[in-house]
Design a protein around this ligand. Structure first.
Ligand SMILES: NC(=O)c1ccc[n+]([C@@H]2O[C@H](COP(=O)([O-])OP(=O)(O)OC[C@H]3O[C@@H](n4cnc5c(N)ncnc54)[C@H](OP(=O)(O)O)[C@@H]3O)[C@@H](O)[C@H]2O)c1
Length: 358
């Protein structure tokens, strides 16, 4: 379990503790100590920071849960895919950045790639056992975040506290900011393209503010399948960890008598341009998704540090994409070079950006 101290990691440990058929053989984190967690869960292999591949080799897992945040999750994703070790993937950034390279490693390795992102877990379940020829399109849903309905003028000067107050999900800070900017739906769009081999033109994003409908698959006969449930990551985490058995979780069944609201809206891509920028990066291909991800990581960090205004996040990413060459990544070195260059450009763009007062 990589990223054991995070939001996904802690919920996964809760699921594992409730299912004796699951056993954790290794834990990693970025900076937080792991001694207490390792003692509580009887884990012998731990690692704080650094390249996790040694930990993975030493612990011989049947399945890797990659719940690291950001591009730092890439080595673990490639390690598992290349070796055919089943991968439960929460770390969407690695699939977005590595794209074709990750798919080639997955094909060579032949293991399972089980999405943990709730939307992709939902699509995976709606597609199970279905021929892709019968599928018309995918629909990814999003709550719209805390600023749904805001104008650009309203967004001018919003604080980190406001951006971190997600209306429906409790998550780590990076994905929570990505949800507020809609960059998260952009990352998910690219993730869905690679996971399900569907062209971008056949993946739609819609807002569903109560986060009950996690995704839909439209079929060519005019029907559509949806996955519904209360917004609780323990469901997709448990699904991935116990696939194909589908274990019980503490999450209650939907109560249709309680006044569930299932409204849908189109996202406002003028006010939240990161969704369109992600789509352009995805369609552009090569290392553009990697550059999108790297620039976004830098800009979000700057925003969280109070060094960049909320609207500056999209400005920085847009400026980096305008300069990125998007050359294909032949290998990991090309990818790391594209990531490094995009980070350099993003840091340069972010410096001197006007910071709101207060
Ligand atoms: N949270 C959700 O509900 C949710 C839903 C869907 C998808 N996801 C995805 O799941 C991933 C994790 O999200 P999260 O919300 O759980 O994030 P989080 O709460 O911030 O946790 C991130 C985890 O990654 C570890 N980490 C950070 N940098 C690292 C590095 N350089 N090397 C190794 N480990 C590192 C952190 O360790 P430290 O604690 O030591 O810093 C922590 O354990 C993200 O890709 C996110 O997009 C999350």
């Amino acid at each position: 379990m990589l990223g054991a101290t995070g939001s996904i990691g802690r919920q996964a440990l809760e699921i594992i503790a409730a299912h004796p058929q699951l056993e954790v053989c290794a834990l990693s984190s970025g900076v937080q100590p792991l001694d207490a967690l390792a003692a509580r869960h009887g884990v012998g292999h731990t690692q704080v920071g650094g390249d996790p591949t040694g930990l993975l080799e030493a612990s011989c897992p049947d399945l890797v849960l990659n719940a690291v945040v950001g591009f730092a999750g890439l080595p673990a994703t490639l390690w598992a895919l290349e070796r055919g070790v089943d991968l439960a993937l929460a770390n969407k950034e690695s699939l977005v950045a590595a794209g074709e390279l990750a798919l080639a490693a997955w094909k060579r390795g032949g293991g399972r790639l089980l999405p943990v992102d709730s939307e992709h877990s939902a699509v995976f379940q709606c597609l199970e056992g279905r021929n892709l020829d019968s599928v018309d399109s995918l629909v990814l849903t999003g709550s719209g975040g805390p600023f749904r309905g805001f104008t650009r003028a309203d967004l001018d000067g919003v604080t980190t506290e406001q951006a971190l107050a997600h209306p429906t999900w409790r998550m780590g800070p990076k994905i929570t900011i990505d949800s507020a900017t809609l960059a998260n739906k952009g990352l998910e769009l690219i993730e869905a393209h690679f996971l399900f081999d569907i062209p971008y033109g056949r993946i739609e994003v819609v807002l569903q503010p109560t986060s009950i409908v996690h995704a839909l698959v439209r079929l060519r006969d005019g029907g559509a399948l949806a996955h519904l449930g209360y917004p609780d990551m323990r469901v997709p985490i448990a699904f991935a960890l116990t696939y194909p058995e589908r274990a019980e979780t503490p999450v209650p069944a939907l109560d249709f008598a309680s006044g569930l609201v299932l409204e849908f809206q189109s996202p406002d891509v003028e006010t939240f341009p990161l969704l369109s920028l992600a789509r352009e990066a995805g369609e552009g291909g090569g290392t553009l998704p990697c550059a999108f991800n790297a620039a976004n990581e830098v800009a979000v960090r700057r925003f969280l540090e109070g060094a960049l205004p909320f609207l500056g996040i999209a400005d920085v990413v847009g400026a980096v994409l305008a300069e990125a060459d998007g050359a294909p990544a032949r290998d990991l070195e090309d990818l790391v070079a594209a990531d490094t260059e995009a980070r350099r450009l993003a840091n340069h763009r972010a410096v001197g950006h006007e910071v709101p007062i207060g």
